[in-house]
Design a protein around this ligand. Structure first.
Ligand SMILES: NC(=O)c1ccc[n+]([C@@H]2O[C@H](COP(=O)([O-])OP(=O)(O)OC[C@H]3O[C@@H](n4cnc5c(N)ncnc54)[C@H](O)[C@@H]3O)[C@@H](O)[C@H]2O)c1
Length: 335
């Protein structure tokens, strides 16, 4: 489908679900961007879930988002159960403003929802020549190291830095694969890769349904578990959001709003070495890229390059949407 037609359709659906025109546009642009960077797990496959949560009054389509100034660097946002895209969009703009004033911006968000890819927000800060960290917690998916039961989310860690060229954006779940990939495989009747999830009895499974009932495996065993825990503390405990396994699963827990927490940290890269930063950054990348290549590699990519290439390539083409997801969109448009 042509991007412009798809955008109009998604906006129409969200407006039918009582989101304002501006908020519908923000959400549509992020959902379509996920498709274009090849993160289909965070694209249109989630539209029905967001709409269901609005219908069930668990996402507030007309939130009164409050921004509390703590000082010139720090702000605290109460998202009033807004859809995550909107509150995160406001939060990153505030973090950018704060860092432009003082060198550092720190914005915590509570009572938010699933916000898609962390890189959406990191890119905005990097475009304004800032270093950025974005954190969010997510519903239980990983068992803490030594536990039998899931509690941490796939809690992504995102770090961005300007390079003068394609931004360096490391954006990774703390699970081996993100949960959206398992959800989408389940919806489309596909298998998941071997070795990324266990079923309820603790056996490795490639069946997405069993994986969703069981636990996902963290990156690098106890180290990934520790990183997921760190993200839960920064996004949840620190901000006043949910934590300790209390973030509700947006797909199948309708017992209340998600109360996701996010944290955005923005840093002016010139604070220590002034204009030399960009020069040193370029040199840093050059030193890595010029290394002899391992077998099977023509080049060494830095985080963010692959998605940037995909975005450029996919932006020239129509977006292919599986029939099952098109049917969901058609159903949503007649609500
Ligand atoms: N909102 C939420 O609750 C939530 C939860 C989990 C994940 N997510 C999002 O899901 C997205 C995908 O997460 P993921 O774990 O599947 O990421 P991924 O495995 O696709 O990529 C992880 C990182 O590795 C880098 N990378 C990939 N291939 C590379 C290569 N060949 N060379 C060098 N670097 C490479 C990518 O640029 C990225 O920074 C992220 O954007 C994340 O923010 C969101």
């Amino acid at each position: 489908m042509k991007k412009s037609i798809l955008r109009t359709k998604v906006i129409q659906i969200l407006k039918k679900h009582k989101l304002s025109k501006k908020h519908s546009e923000i959400c549509a642009d992020y959902l379509i961007k996920a498709e274009l960077v090849g993160a289909k797990s965070h694209g249109l496959t989630r539209l029905r879930m967001y709409c269901q949560r609005i219908q069930k009054k668990l996402i507030n389509p007309k939130p009164r988002i409050k921004i509390k100034k703590i000082n010139s660097s720090i702000s605290h946002i109460d998202a009033d159960n807004s859809i995550g895209f909107v509150s995160a969009d406001i939060a990153i703009s505030q973090a950018i403003k704060n860092a432009k004033k003082t060198g550092i911006g720190l914005v915590g968000v509570k009572r938010s929802g699933h916000f898609g890819l962390s890189s959406f927000y990191a890119e905005q800060a990097v475009k304004k020549n800032l270093i950025v960290f974005c954190f969010t917690n997510a519903p239980p998916a990983l068992a803490p190291h030594g536990a039998k039961k899931s509690l941490f989310g796939t809690n992504p860690i995102c770090f961005g830095v300007p390079t003068g060229k394609v931004p360096f954006i490391l954006d990774t779940s703390t699970s081996i694969i993100n949960r959206g990939k398992i959800r989408r495989a389940h919806k489309l009747g596909e298998k998941i890769p071997y070795g990324v999830a266990l079923d309820k009895s603790g056996k490795i499974t490639t069946d997405p349904k069993r994986a969703l009932e069981g636990t996902q495996l963290p990156i690098a065993t106890f180290k990934g578990s520790g990183l997921a825990w760190m993200v839960d503390i920064l996004s949840g405990v620190l901000t006043g959001g949910s934590h300790g396994g209390k973030t509700k699963d947006p797909f199948d827990d309708f017992s209340g709003p998600q109360n996701v927490g996010h944290l955005f940290l923005t840093i002016n890269p010139k604070i220590f070495i002034g204009k030399k930063f960009l020069k040193e950054m370029k040199e840093n990348i050059r030193l890595v890229k010029k290394l002899p290549k391992a077998k099977g590699f023509n080049s060494i990519l830095y985080p963010g390059e692959r998605k940037n290439n995909l975005y450029k390539k996919n932006s020239k083409k129509d977006i292919s949407i599986p029939q099952k997801i098109l049917n969901e969109m058609n159903d949503l448009n007649v609500v």
